[in-house]
Every structure is written in C-alpha cells, then in structure tokens.
Write a protein that binds this ligand. Structure first.
Ligand code: SF4
Length: 688
C-alpha cells in the first residue's frame, strides 16, 4: 500500500478548456487521473470547476493519440524518427523560401498552446523564416473584441477581473451563452444576481439559461446589437444623462462621436432590432441608474460582419456612462479557449509583436531585429483568413498549423480544405489525426497540457503556471520543444532548456510582461498584465487613464450598414455555438467517453412555429442547405429559439459541422469569419 501511495502524485494545473482559467490539483497514479481538486487559493475559480474541468481529461489517454512523427508516403502516413521529420521540414522550408520568398510560408498557432509556445511560433516565423505570416485562432473568435477595445480604450483585454463582474450593480450579457461556455463566470453572476440584487440584462437570439434567469431578456434581430447599443447611448446623451465629469477628464472625441449617433434614433432602432422604444428607454434608464455596470460579450457579437464595430459600440457606451476605471465596471469580452488571450498577447499575430507592439513601428522592429540578429519585414503579414485565400491565389505554398483543426473550425470548410489540397507543403502538429491532419505532408505528435510546463493567460489577463503531471506518450513532445528543434535544424540554436527561459526572453522584450517570471508564478500565484519590473500586476486595467498619448480614451464614431443573409429561398437564419458538455470542434471532449454519452448526436433547435409550419415533429430528420454546403441533423423543437431562427451546436464529432454551411463573409475590420451570418433552407427527410 505504501508503494502505491508513493506513486500517487498531485500536480497543479490550469484547465485546458475555456478562458475562465480555473486552476486545480490533478491527482494521478501512473497515467490514471484519479481526481481533480480545486483549491481555495485558485484565483479565478476558488473551489469551483465545471464538468469539463472536472471530468474532461480521458482524452490524454486515448488510444487515438499520435505518438510518432508521420510523413505522407504516397497513399499513407509512415511513422518516422524525429530526425527524419525535422530534416524533411527544414529542407522543404528552405526550398520553398528560396523559390517563392519567405512570405510564401504561413504559420498558425493555437490557443491551446502555452504563452511560451505562441512566442516561439512567431519567433520561428519572424526570425528563422523572415515573414510576419503568423496568426492564431483568436482570428476565429475574439479579434473583433480586441479591435473594438484597442480603438477606444487602448488595451485588448478585459478591463477588470472576474471579481469585478461579480461586484457590478448591473451586468449586461450580449451574445454569450455564459452558463454553457464560461460556466464558472456564469455561477458568479448567478450568485450576485440571486444574493446581492445584481441586475442582469441579457441580449441574445436564443433563450439560454442566463436569458431565463435575467431580469430582462431581449432578442434583437441577428446582427443588430450595434443599433440598440448606439440608440441607447444616443438617448442617454440626448437626456443629458452622460457622465460629464468622467468624459471631460478622460475621454476624447465626444463631439464627433455624438454627431455619428444622429441616425440611431429610438424609432430607427425599434425598426431594425425589434426592441420597442419603451424598452430601449428603460434599458437606458437602468444603465444610468446603477453606479457600476459591466458588459460581457462573446461570439454572438464578434462573429458578424460588424463584429469589431459592435464591440466598439459596447466600449463607447461604457465610456459615455463612466463605467471604466473603477472596480465593478468595464468591458469583458469572454475569451473562449483557455489561452486565446495569451496566444495573441505573446505575438502570434501578423501585425503585432508580443505585448501588442506594432510590427510597423520601426523602433519596436529594430528591438527585435537586434535581439534576434535578423531582419523582419516592416509590413504586417497575412492573417488566417488571408492565408487561406493566398493559397487559392497561388501566393502561399507552405502552411504550418499547430494545434488547430482549421479544416473543421474555419468557416466554409469546403473552401478551406480545397486550399489544403493546393499546398506544396503542409505541417500539422496535434494530439490526434484531425480532419486537418488528413491533408498534411508531415504530422508531428504534440502533447496535451498535462504533459508539459508553461503558462496560460485567462480571460482576465491572468498568467498562471501549469506543471507537468504526466510523461509524454511515445515520442510526442511539447510544442515548445518541437518548434525549438525545427529552428535548430534551420541553423538557429535557441538553446532553451525550460519554458521559463522563453518567458524570461519575452519579458525582456515586451514591456507588457516586464516583471513576469516563473518565480513570481510559483504554485497558485498569478499575475495580471501589464506587469511592472518590480512584479506589480494590474487587476484593474485602467487606473491612471488610458494608454493613448494624452492618457484619454477615444470615442469611436460608427455607422450601420448591414447585408442581411436571408432571402426568399434561403429563408432561415442559422445561429450556432457550444453546448456545455463539449468543447468547440470536439477534438478533446469527443475522446472522453463520459461526455460523448451525454450528446451522441447533433441536433438543430427549431421553434414551435417553424415545426408546425414545416410539419415536423421532435426527432425528425432534416437537411440544412446553405449557399456553401449542407448537413443532415435531427430536429429538437424548443422555445429557446423563435420564428425562423435555428440553433446548431458547433459539431457532431466531425459529421455535421456548422462550417459546412458557413461562408466567406468576414468582419470588415478584423477578418474574423461571420459564422453567425448563415442563411439556409430546410429540406425535411423524415417527419418524425
Ligand atoms: Fe475549465 Fe472553463 Fe470549466 Fe473552469 S469553467 S473548469 S476553465 S471549462
């Protein structure tokens, strides 16, 4: 018994699912995961976790893990030694770069990778290859929120902590299925709402759990959040209810912004959104009545052609009402993946170095050129969306995708997988043989979070360490080691022996992380960026003003021009999102037997009205056909959706992904796919 006891180990880790960033001890014996135990000093979650963090770990022991490097040999993948794979990669990178130039190569990093790995991916692209063609999957979700915040308040992150959301007098949730997508944040809101009288207003197409609990629930027409937000802001200004003192002291551009609001009358907003003028007035009254307002939003806002502008409208409203710079106030784009925040923070972006310093800024670029002894192009590189297009256009010949099932998660997957087929060279680095990997020339076996060290940054800018609980399986390696080996094969000996050295390098180069070190992140300690040299961190992001020249925030004028996707033929609007038990494309959670049992088949939620109109019953089989593709699903009739709104979970184990239906429309300012703007028609295959 003593022997057995000795082999039981307890390791602190950070959840690898959503952006809440729950931390806990994972108890293991050999490779068996015995239990997950949150600690009261877990900064983001205290003693809570959700079902995914608690039970979603079976995938690490899945038989389907890739354990050896694989190289495509005619019609199959052959297992090879690392040496052969690395040699092949270096040779192909060099050949393609010599023939077409460095900008013919592209790099896509993963928000499941650590901060250190994101840092290395951009370093590989910029130093070793000499291109800024590097991006990450925040392009698929939160890039518009980052854009909207950059324009107005200067930093692309939550303006406070999860605690601040809990402390607010009023929380507005827009386009976020918080209870299923960010369960632990939802619990905090539910608690404040129930026990402390926090007001909760929810705006969504779908009556999800938070909507059911809300004091008021509104269903603005798809894509029109910008309109009600701007109309409410205009009404507040027209009534003279704006926070004059705050605006005079901290905000620029009031006059020009006010002028841009002219068209957003209550009548216009009522017509476009469907929210009545009386309700719009009431929303405005409630917002100015409370002292502290926090607004949370997610993909329902960002995955639209006006995603950046709508995020901007949220920030404008907060500025007008003085809801920044105090605890319990602010803007909270809820980050999806565990490290979607950190992946962008650490520079896997075509236009930014780590810490959001522009590649077009000569002084910044010179700093990196000096540190890395190289030349870096002054023009921003291509983002994910542009890379796929560039493959079709014959400009991009090589793609290296790390931990991302691009062929499932990107919009319009027929278009994306056709691009993969045109590539001269394609590397996929992952845990499993994903759909994307099927198109690869080389597949490299990576390891999950439990098998490596590093840091993740959660939605509240909190950097937290994960420790290694298990040994890598087979020949699999952490992403940071694989990227380092590729660089070495290309003649760049980075010589890192531990991820802490990568963080030290990033901290030296990027002022946002100046005081970050592994020593300061020991155990359950954490740091919220920006972190000063002396280790002081920043729970409340804006304390002494905003990071613009005169310390003032900027109101950003907006317009509204929107192409509706539905027409007479494609008459249904397909909304989509997560369900509690599964995560995104499901590559991890579908490997977990318990969770698959909870949701074996995909379904589409349709309204009672539509069911009656089309003569279908619960469980009927239908085909949804968009202008791009089609999927077969079964019908679930519910009052969560209404009219001609449909709701489709993101994925059914690769079979009926929403992205067969999505198209090439993107947010005009960030190129994030407009996943939520899909029109479809429905063909009934079986009535019940
Ligand atoms: Fe993991 Fe998010 Fe659940 Fe926390 S709330 S356990 S971070 S999935």
């Amino acid at each position: 018994a003593a022997m057995r006891e000795e082999r039981i180990e307890k390791t602190k880790t950070v959840c690898t699912y959503c952006g809440v960033g729950c931390t806990f001890d994972v108890w293991t014996k050999d490779r068996k995961i015995l239990k997950v135990q949150p600690q009261k000093d877990s900064p983001a979650n205290g003693i809570s976790t959700c079902v995914k963090g608690k039970f979603g770990w079976d995938y690490v022991n899945s038989e389907e893990r890739i354990t050896r490097p694989l190289i495509r040999k005619e019609d199959h993948f052959a297992e090879v030694e690392w040496e052969e794979a690395l040699d092949f990669i270096a040779k192909r990178f060099q050949e393609i770069s010599a023939e077409h130039g460095p900008d013919a190569l592209g790099f896509i990093s993963s928000s499941k990778a650590t901060n250190e790995e994101s840092y290395l991916m951009q370093k590989l692209a910029r130093q070793v290859i000499g291109t800024n063609n590097v991006d990450n999957c925040s392009r698929y979700c939160q890039a518009p929120a980052t854009k909207g915040l950059f324009r107005t308040v200067g930093h692309g992150g939550d303006s406070g902590s999860i605690d601040d959301i809990a402390q607010a007098d009023m929380v507005i949730v827009i386009g976020s299925n918080t209870a299923e997508s960010h369960p632990v944040i939802a619990s905090r809101i539910k608690r404040s709402h129930k026990l402390f009288g926090q007001k909760l207003y929810v705006f969504d197409l779908r009556k999800h759990e938070m909507a059911q609990r809300a004091d008021r629930f509104f269903r603005p027409k798809s894509g029109t959040d910008l309109v009600w937000l701007s109309a409410v802001t205009k009404y507040i200004i027209d009534q003279g209810w704006e926070n004059r003192e705050f605006i005079d002291k901290w905000v620029n551009n009031f006059a020009e912004y006010k002028k841009s609001l002219e068209k957003f009358t209550l009548a216009y907003a009522e017509e476009l959104t469907g929210i009545s003028q009386a309700d719009l007035k009431e929303i405005a009254q409630e917002i100015v009545r409370v002292d502290k307002l926090a607004i949370c939003w997610a993909m329902g806002v960002t995955q639209h052609t006006l995603g950046s502008d709508t995020s901007t409208a949220i920030s404008n409203l907060l500025l007008i009402t003085g809801n920044y710079m105090r605890n319990g106030t602010g803007a909270y784009p809820l980050r999806g993946h565990n490290n979607v925040q950190g992946c962008s923070d650490f520079g896997s972006m075509p236009d930014f170095f780590p810490g959001y310093e522009k590649v077009t800024d000569d002084a910044v670029r010179e700093r990196y050129e000096k540190a890395w002894n190289t030349e870096i192009p002054r023009e921003p590189g291509k983002d994910n969306h542009e890379m796929i297009r560039a493959i079709h256009d014959g400009e991009l010949h090589s793609l290296y995708v790390l931990g991302e099932d691009t062929g499932v998660v990107d919009a319009n997957i027929n278009y994306v997988t056709n691009a993969f087929e045109k590539l001269d060279f394609f590397i996929v680095q992952d845990l499993f043989l994903t759909k994307t990997a099927e198109y690869a020339d080389v597949i490299l076996p990576a390891v999950p979070s439990l098998e490596k060290e590093g840091t993740f940054t959660n939605t509240e800018r909190r950097i937290q360490r994960l420790y290694q609980a298990l040994d890598p399986v087979g020949d699999a390696k952490p992403d940071w080691q694989i990227i380092t080996l590729i660089a070495k094969e290309m003649g760049y000996d980075w010589n890192y022996s531990h991820p802490s050295e990568i963080m030290d390098e990033a901290a030296k180069l990027a002022s946002l992380f100046r005081g970050v070190s592994y020593d300061r992140l020991t155990g359950y300690s954490s740091l919220q960026w920006p972190v000063l040299q002396d280790g002081t961190d920043t729970p409340l992001l804006y304390v002494d003003g905003f990071p613009f020249e005169d310390n003032k925030a900027q109101l950003y004028p907006l317009d509204f021009n929107y192409d509706y996707d539905t027409d007479e033929e494609y008459d249904l609007h397909v909304n989509n999102g997560r369900v509690l038990e599964h995560f995104h494309e499901g590559n991890m959670t579908y490997k977990s037997a318990g969770l698959t049992h909870e949701l074996p088949n995909a379904f589409v939620e349709i309204s009672h009205e539509l069911a009656k109109d089309r003569g279908v019953e619960e469980g009927a089989k239908v085909k949804l056909i968009s202008r791009e593709g089609e999927v077969k699903v079964s019908v679930h009739i519910t009052d969560r959706v209404q009219g001609k709104e449909l709701y489709l979970p993101l994925n059914d184990n690769g079979k009926s992904a929403i992205n067969y239906l999505t198209n090439n429309k993107v947010d005009k300012d960030s190129n994030t796919p407009a996943y939520k703007e899909v029109a479809a028609k429905m063909v009934v295959l079986q009535r019940k």
